[in-house]
Design a protein around this ligand. Structure first.
Ligand code: SF4
Length: 183
């Protein structure tokens, strides 16, 4: 018996020789199982991500083994570590350079809330400068927690409507962050 598990088909109607689903579901399935991560790692949480990429935890099992250090070729921004206020505009620039659709995971306490660094120089959570889809708790989160965050994001991606990125709600969200939606 093989242990290989295939991704489950999206909900649809099937019968002898045919399977019908919606375009949203088919594209969501493809996107969710081929996320390209951009590791924005500034401190210790980044080390946990390195372990997550390694053989034991093997992020490749989720189709996300291809890290990109160019924002243009990534759709899953993983922010891992303490983000100093001076670094915040750089993070925002990286986010803006990513093509749509793009998703963000705040990995660990520092990225999510500033962590233990409640101080004048540290951003108290990256959601002060960019929208976040998933928060992973922990200081640091273990690789299992990072994998859990990726799996939660996969669920979001699978269920995202194709029209969301053009919706007035999404544009309003980006405008709240001062991100131009017309360019
Ligand atoms: S959350 Fe903890 S482990 Fe992660 S970067 Fe901050 S201090 Fe380091």
């Amino acid at each position: 018996m093989s242990d290989i598990k295939l991704a489950a088909a999206p909900p649809g109607v099937e019968g002898s020789g045919f399977f019908a689903t919606t375009l949203d579901k088919a594209i969501g399935l493809a996107r969710a199982n081929s996320l390209w991560p951009l590791p924005f790692a500034t401190s210790c949480c980044g080390i946990e991500f390195m372990a997550t990429m390694g053989a034991t935890y093997d992020l490749a099992r989720f189709g996300a083994e291809r890290p990109s250090f160019s924002p243009r070729q990534a759709d899953m921004l993983l922010v891992m570590g303490t983000i100093a206020k001076k670094m915040a505009p750089v993070l925002k620039q990286v986010y803006i350079q990513m093509a749509e659709p793009r998703w963000v995971i705040a990995v660990g306490a520092c990225a999510s809330s500033g962590g233990i660094f409640d101080t004048y120089s540290v951003l108290q959570g990256i959601d002060e400068v960019i929208p976040v889809d998933v928060y992973v708790p922990g200081c640091p989160p273990r690789p299992e927690a990072i994998l859990d965050g990726v799996m939660r994001l996969q669920e979001i991606v699978k269920n995202e409507s194709l029209s969301r990125r053009n919706s007035p709600e999404y544009k309003a969200l980006l405008e709240q962050y001062g991100i131009d939606t017309h360019g």
